[in-house]
Design a protein around this ligand. Sequence first.
Ligand code: ADP
Ligand code: ZN
Length: 315
Amino acid sequence: MLIGGIEAGGTKMVCSVANVRVEAFFADCRREEGEDVAGIKILDRISIPTRQPEETLGEMVAYFKKWEIQALGIGCFGPVDLNKKSATYGHITSTPKPGWAYCDMVGTFEKALDIPVGFDTDVNGAVLGEVTWGAAKGCDSAIYITIGTGVGVGVYCNGGLLHGMVHPEGGHVLLTRHPKDTYKGHCPFHENCIEGLAAGPAVEERWGDKAYNLVDRKEVWEMEAYYIAQAVTDYILCYSPEKIILWGGVMHVQQLFPMAREKVKELLNGYVHHPMVEENINQYIVPPALGEDPGILGAIRLGMLEYERWSEEEA
Ligand code: ADP
Ligand code: ZN
């Protein structure tokens, strides 16, 4: 069967179609030759620049209409409404992005394509992809942190994606400032949150250059690791994840992984006793195993899960 996936971002919408073997719905499915992950082959993908909703969504609908997809999954930039009982379920909510506030994502595709549509945050989609096929495969609890244009945290907890009252907003946890940091911060809501202090635009504004030109400046990445490690330590203490996946443009700076791991150990200071922290932190805080695709594969998985729910209701 064919299932569609959308990684809906503020700058681009990545749309894809995958062939999904029926076995892919079962945990013991093995990967066959030519498949991207067990049971799944991505057949096609396009990237559509995010402009005004009407034209952007129109182009996306037209793309999916060319395929006979049986379900669609969307991992979406937020904030979003994930409460199925709410009148605005499936909408993007209070985004400052012009035109997109209260845009009905799920309704648009349900109406146009008449198929089940799964929906979650982009980062919840990404953690789902990694839990299903990637670095956190088999984990009951895991988190996915992206440090890029913003910071986002997806949380998989006791075998399901965590929503709660709204959805976790781990990109805005508050941090203790580095004693040498005089930068005002980049978040309009908080003076000292991780997004405002450590996302790509904050690094570039603080040090006055593109991040890739700063690679050799030790002090830049020491400060960055100081902030990332504080947030990761808080997530370990709150969620007790079995795996922590860190990614996004900023994490492409190689030296950040070892620096952040060391700093996390230092901050935990022996309080959390587990071999993953004390002996195997290199396997605990890791990049995704799905390369650049956790988001799109996660979106396809969201589509699969919605298809399953829908089939059970029909039966
Ligand atoms: P988005 O968050 O919009 O999906 P990215 O994850 O690619 O996009 O993050 C973009 C940000 O990451 C940029 O603002 C830039 O500061 C930073 N960035 C991108 N590539 C690199 C790199 N190779 N090294 C360091 N920082 C990078
Ligand atoms: Zn903030």
